[in-house]
Design a protein. Structure first.
Length: 193
């Protein structure tokens, strides 16, 4: 009869190997899996937000009046699963008509906001609510808040008479913050026609 010298019995070490693997999986593989799922869902939402922004910007540039309730409802239908409401929800669409005034300057001539305006302001111009009429037209183009910032003019130089239709869309991704460390995240996109 042969005897083993030193070492553990092979059946006894099998249980500890499974336990070690389970511990490693819970600290390494599960966070990787959760992170992969979060990034994947964020990418899908990002594609939806970009498509929505592009479609709404195109409609705005071709003359669709989004101050009308029927046209705003059309945007809400296009948005589908993005959970945007006419004046609330988890996203905001900022539609801006920018007119070139000459001398390297431009002003906001019209602003329409669909969704939760508290989520994000425009990166380029935010006219004061006191200079907007009920249809979104700016009533005082000389108001400083109607002036477009220099970053926009660097990106899109404008001459007198030029018109740019800008759509900026932002959606919060806070619902993907499973671990509590991705606060304040969102998807922002813009389109100009």
């Amino acid at each position: 009869m042969r005897r083993r010298t030193g070492g553990k019995h092979p059946l006894r070490s099998r249980g500890s190997t499974i336990l070690e693997f389970a511990l490693a999986a819970s600290f390494v593989f599960l966070p990787l899996l959760a992170g992969t799922a979060t990034v994947g869902m964020s990418m899908l939402r990002s594609m939806k937000v970009q498509a929505l922004n592009r479609n709404v910007a195109h409609m705005f540039a071709t003359g669709v009046d989004f101050s009308q309730a029927a046209n705003r409802n059309l945007v809400l239908k296009i948005a589908g699963s993005l959970h945007i409401q006419d004046s609330g929800g988890s996203g905001v669409i900022l539609l801006t008509e920018i007119d070139g005034t000459g001398n390297g300057q431009a002003v906001c001539a019209r602003r329409i906001v669909i969704g939760n305006a508290a989520l994000r302001a425009s990166s380029y111009v935010t006219p004061a609510s006191s200079v907007l009429d009920s249809g979104g037209a700016v009533t005082n183009l000389n108001d400083p808040s109607a002036r477009v910032n220099a970053a926009f003019l660097t990106m899109m130089p404008m001459s007198q008479g030029d018109v740019v239709y800008l759509a900026e869309t932002y959606f919060s991704t806070s619902d993907y913050d499973w671990a509590g460390f991705l606060t304040g995240t969102g998807i922002y996109t813009k389109a100009m026609f």
